[in-house]
Ligand binder design. Structure first.
Ligand code: UDP
Length: 475
């Protein structure tokens, strides 16, 4: 008889391995910020994260921002991606962002060998929408699933996904004359798009922007999923139409992971916040047009008149250059000494980088005059701040339409695109007064903020979507 005892070990599967995610941002702070926020979220869910950084960076501000972020996220690795310089042969634009997108997408063959040797092996590549055309080939080469982080609204993303079907093959532009109603562009399952809200480059033959977006659109169709900084209550019509297959049954799912949470790492001018501390609740109009929208001098003057004429307190972030934070020169040169003197008791004008998240969170803010860059929109929504939408370029009019539709902001469509006309101070003052006094707007903004909070809490829609993506990567 054996004296040994046989112990039967309980059968259990080994814990799933943490996925390794490579993140590829394209150009501009508006694209970098959401990728970094996603990187932080993935790292907090124990994913291995490698951030691919394009070299040379488009701006020193961008590299400083990345360095600051990495110091507080030591588990995130970086991989330098040296891009081949590119000059468009027949430039239809001098915009450095579009040129950088193109340069990245043309250098992308250099990435596959770099990524094939990472340890642990990669589980996926997530690129932002500006870099997705190239990233899609890399993912194919390496046999990896490719997810795309869209940096715009679900509504504009769906427009982009449909763009190749609207384009004429020979001129790569939308031929409005051929559409049934020249004022509207119809896309299955979605509310019509007013032609006047579509970025003008889409209507110009052979524009570099359109070519880039069409390439992105084709990559969107091949992706495993499209992550978007939005949430169901905010863009439910678009999300339901796309995910219900009404737009194009072959389109990958739109995965709402918003509102992306701030990382609180901004290296910013703190004086505006000290000034806000002294202002009554909901008394201040905050004005900012993002990183890359510089108003014309005459428009700056009229905006000054509008703020002064409205009678409200204001915090105005001025910008006179389009590349990220790199902005020099004095405030006085742009708005004039006398304006600063006249408004010194109720207004602050700053030039330089502010912590917009903290400003929008401040209880003294009553209205946000915004260009409707999507990050700004979602930041305002998450904080319940009603908006005066003043879109200027690109996707911003479509985004402004989303803001208007959900009833959290006003938008005067007659104000046109950047530089098209000079909007008078009286009109601006009138709209500011509307936003500051309309209790319905404020109530809608408050309700949507509550929905946003619900989306990001543990077990909320954003949290569930992210966990599901991670769990799919573990198999
Ligand atoms: N931002 C900021 N401080 C500034 C200017 C901009 O924190 O002085 C941030 C803002 O909070 C947002 C991003 O930069 O997260 C701007 O992105 P958005 O999509 O709104 O506009 P873009 O700059 O891409 O036009």
């Amino acid at each position: 008889m054996s004296t040994t005892t046989n112990y039967i070990l309980p059968l259990s599967s080994p814990p799933p391995l943490s996925p390794h995610v490579a993140l590829l941002p394209s150009a501009g702070m508006g694209h970098l910020t959401p990728i970094l926020l996603l990187a932080a979220m993935l790292a907090s869910h124990n994913c291995h994260v490698t951030l691919i950084t394009a070299q040379p960076p488009l701006s020193t501000a961008k590299s400083t921002h990345i360095s600051t972020f990495l110091i507080s996220h030591p588990t995130i690795n970086t991989l330098n991606f040296h891009i081949i310089p590119y000059t468009p042969p027949d430039p239809t634009t001098t915009d450095p962002f579009f040129v950088q997108y193109e340069a990245m997408n043309r250098s992308v063959h250099l990435l596959s060998p770099l990524l094939s040797s990472t340890s642990p092996p990669l589980s996926t590549i997530i690129s932002d929408i500006g870099a997705c055309a190239g990233a899609c080939h890399v993912a194919d080469d390496l046999g990896l699933p490719h997810y795309i982080l869209s940096t715009t609204s679900a509504r504009f993303t769906s427009f982009v996904s449909h763009l190749p079907s609207l384009i004429q093959p020979h001129t790569t532009s939308i031929n409005i004359a051929e559409t049934r109603d020249q004022n509207q562009i119809l896309i299955p399952g979605l509310a019509p798009f007013e032609t006047s809200t579509i970025p003008p480059p889409f209507l110009i033959p052979n524009h570099i922007f359109t070519n880039t977006v069409v390439s992105s659109s084709l990559a969107l169709r091949k992706a495993k999923g499209i992550l978007i900084n939005t949430f169901h209550a905010f863009e439910h019509e678009t999300l339901e139409a796309v995910n219900g297959g009404k737009l194009n049954p072959d389109l990958p799912p739109f995965l709402p992971i918003g509102p992306l949470e701030p990382h609180g790492l901004e290296v910013a001018d703190s004086r505006p916040l000290l000034w806000l501390d002294q202002q009554p609740p909901k008394s201040v109009v905050f004005v900012s047009f993002g990183n890359r929208t510089a108003l014309l001098k005459e428009q700056i003057t009229e905006l000054g008149k509008g703020l002064e004429g409205s009678g409200y307190k204001f915090l105005w972030v001025l910008k006179s250059k389009i590349v990220d934070k790199e902005d020099i020169g004095e405030v006085e040169e742009l708005v004039g000494d006398s304006f600063i003197q006249r408004t010194k008791d109720r207004g602050v004008v700053v030039k330089g980088w502010v912590d917009q998240e903290k400003i929008l969170t401040h209880p003294s803010i009553g209205c946000f005059i915004s260009h409707c860059g999507w990050n700004s929109v979602v930041e305002a929504v998450a904080r319940g701040v009603p908006m005066l939408a003043w879109p200027q370029i690109g996707d911003q009019k479509v985004n402004a339409g989303v803001v208007e539709t959900v009833g959290i902001g006003v938008w005067d469509k007659g104000w046109g695109w950047l530089g098209e006309k000079v909007v008078k101070g009286e009109e601006i003052a009138e709209k500011v007064t509307t936003v500051m006094t309309d209790s319905k707007l404020r109530e809608n903004a408050r309700k949507l903020r509550e929905e946003a909070k619900g989306a990001v809490k543990v077990g909320g829609s954003c949290d569930k979507v992210l966990r599901e993506i991670i769990s799919n990567l573990q198999h």
